[in-house]
Write a protein that binds this ligand. Sequence first.
Ligand SMILES: Nc1ncnc2c1ncn2[C@@H]1O[C@H](COP(=O)(O)OP(=O)(O)OP(=O)(O)O)[C@@H](O)[C@H]1O
Ligand SMILES: [Mg+2]
Length: 1021
Amino acid sequence: MLDARAKQEYQRRIAELREQLEDLRERGDEDRAARVENEIDFLLREFARAVGLGGRDRRAGSAAERARLNVTRAIKSALQKISEHHGQLGDLLDRSIRTGSFSCYLANSRNPITWRFSLDNGVKPSVGVEVTAPVFSRPQTSLVQSLGDRTTFVGRETERSALSRMLERALGGDGGVVMIEGALGVGKTRIAAEFAAEASARGFVTLVGSCYDRENSLPFNPFVEILESAMAQSTSQEAFRTALGNDAGEMARLMPQLRRLFPDIPAPLELSPEQSRRILFNAVVELLGRTAANGPMLLLFEDLHWADEGTLSLLNHIARSISKLPVLMLGTFRDNEIDSSGPLAQTLDELLRIHMLERINLRGLPQSGVVEMIRALSGKEPPQAVVNLIFSGTDGNPFFIEELFRHLVERGKLIGANGEFRTDVNLAEIDVPQSLRLVIGRRFARLSDEARKILGPAAVIGRSFTFELLEASTNLDADSLLDCVEEVEKAGLIYSTLGYPEASFQFSHELIRNVVLGDLSAPRRQRLHLNVVSGIERVHVNALEDHAGDLAHHLWQAGRAADPDKTVQFLALAAQQALKQSAYEGALRYFQNALELLKVLPYSQERARRELDIQLDYGLALLATKGWYAPEMGSTYRRAHELCQSLDDDHKLFSVLSGLWSYHLVRGEHTMAISYTDEMTRLAPRMQNDGMLVQADWASGCSRFFKGQFTQAHECLERGRGLYDRQRHKALAFQFGQDPSVSCHSFDAMTLWILGYPDQAEKKAQEAIRLARDLGYPFTLTWCLSMIGMYYSMRRDYAGAERVIEEGLTLTKEYGFSFFAESLIAYRLIGAAFQGRIDQMTTGGGKEGGFAAAGYELAHTWARSSIAEALGNLGQVDIGLALLAEARELMERNDERYVESEIYRIHGELKLKQAPRTSSTSTGVSKAASEAEQSFLKAVEIARARSAKTLELRAAVSLSRMLMESGRQAEALPLLQPIHDWFSEGFDWPELLAAKSMLADLKSTSVSAADPKRPISSLAR
Ligand SMILES: Nc1ncnc2c1ncn2[C@@H]1O[C@H](COP(=O)(O)OP(=O)(O)OP(=O)(O)O)[C@@H](O)[C@H]1O
Ligand SMILES: [Mg+2]
């Protein structure tokens, strides 16, 4: 930093040297002239560094940091002294004095102190309650404050006016979401900051949260930062606490330090991950609603291309609730760094679909903008040659413009000794750097050795870091560290922001940090991560769990340098925290890393126990994200099985068996699946645990259903349902993935329908949905809707199916259960095909839609045969027959028999349809007809053997229709009549009505039927 006098001194010395230079040149003393010229260049560079290139004074955030440090030290030692004399007062002051960038005494309105001099040691502060003041005192964020250090903002008029329009609408209570997208350095953050300044000026409370480029970003990080800045901007801690109201408990899940600050916050509820996510999301929305009632708000989400899945889901959730609130959400992201099918792209699609999103695409500045920027950077009018040079080298990208400009100035290429642009600037002469990476590298080279050394530790901490953590991680003394930080800041590589609870520094660009990291050798980087771990442990000694995510990240990155036991411990802790926040993707990564590391630890009972717990939690996270059929599910549960056996842990063994059963079931591996249900059935009574009995019954019922053993299936499902006690068993869902009673109901609906009880089936289906809704577990409800979708599709009630499909799809999007979406879309496709909407079939994603997922073979026999039948109805008989052959092949391979009779019936139907097209001869026709008849007969026979009355009726109707059409009514009547008469309910069910009318037709025409060619009385009853 230079004061006015120092500046004058610099300028005087430069003028002196210039005179000398002219003199020496005139005298022809080239050697000395060159030395003087060098000195002038050197002074100019130093001068530019100190005052900024345009001659503006730089604000050094580190000077503020130095002041903060000194003031904090002074206050802390004063408090120490007070505590020694008066412990209680010391305590109270400790709680009420906030140090940091803005040290202040926070009067606690709930505990006002009456100051009174007294000789009596017993005087205690009195306690009273006061009404709180407005929540926010400084509606400006650090982002806006940091604008003070930046160059003049140029261009972007169109974008600014679009943003202003949205601001206007939000002020009128018409909230929305706007996304600013563009390449690295194109100016997204800058325009967002400018806009935030405008919003602040118009009375918006502006809160900012960022996402970071880390393998394991902290779940919901932007929201955590938003909460932190809300707290920093609130008038007092008390006001902030009051504003949180009943949602404080939920907010404390995002910001655990709240619990320490406000001990009155109640303990969190023990809920399932999905349920607690829903409650958390709703609490955020409610809090936002209440806060926005006091005034407009702007929430700014930076760098969403790095957002975790939880953040995007929450953003999506909030977006749905702000259309009538004065709330504007603004996001920035690098458009070329997002995956078109990734979660951000999906969120954007979703927001567009609900008409809540406006997108602003930022491109490089036009040439006129480049002129303005250079003018702003240099304080002078640039010649055209310079503009052309910079424009062509940067494509108008402001970050590149700044970097290139600095580079050229520092190399003395742009500004001459007279302080003006050099007129002899020659494009060919200027070494435009190959890449910006190089430019940045060169800027490092100009730093002192000490300053350069702090870059590594800083970059390893992250894009932003606090002085305190850097100090604790480097073991340097505060003063010399400050000198270094100051030097780096002056070089423009980092900048400081004054935020809560203290100043933090940011690399001025991620690219700069990348270059620093890239220059570190792998072992050095590991060492530095380990130092950061020690730093965190020192700084947050009493709150390590609050930093589990950071610790896990640094320990993992430290690799072999770290103690593997400790790394596993924090990875598991971070994973569980992520699981509690329903941040499944993050949880998965932590678990995977923990499991990988466990492999290198020597075997011990303790290690095995730890691994078993991690494997089981990992299984739950996998289930929520990838579904039962993911191959990792199998290996996870198989490993857990081994561990249970080695540990003799029967209690956990049951969960593992249940996991293995689901895994094999959905892969269509019924024989394996049944072997696990048998084990479960044997283990449950031994454990004297009726919850396990319910689960065992559900599993057996379900497996038997797919085997086509409908009567036994019904018995198991009915028994499981009867044993279930809502109060005692509602937590089973978290142990086994979904509620077993809902499962029993859903499958019993299908079983009862097949067994010939359409009314009871419908009742069961309705009960299943009602129960799932009452429980309020999104996973269970989505699963239930999916199963009931299948039930309606089997019933051919496509309107009923559509209702549940629609609701189910909404849930899958909201909670990211993409595997359910696949089945639901497949049901929709089947419905469309049956209703003759072939266009949807062809555009709907392959021959059987979403069922193509790897490894998922459950229910394919049904899906394929249903589509085959629909295709037949649409005249695509050959494709239908091919699909049916596949269904049959799967049926044989997996021994999945529940639609066996349907497969034969459909075969008959397709054969009949094929006959007239492929055979011109009457023998051809009769051959096809006889094949069809054989298939129908087989279908009836199988349905009978399985007591599948509904399927028997279907097969009998098909066969009777065929017989009728060939004049064999007399044979049809004894076939159809008994099965029709068997039904004692479902009299308004269309298929039974159709059978009834067919019977009437048969009776009216059977008089004329004569002489059956081949009696089928063996089937008549
Ligand atoms: N319109 C502008 N006028 C003047 N300077 C600008 C403008 N836009 C951006 N800048 C400057 O260019 C640099 C890069 O801009 P910024 O950080 O906003 O880029 P970004 O798009 O957010 O990059 P990233 O993708 O890396 O986050 C900053 O120093 C910023 O102040
Ligand atoms: Mg940015």
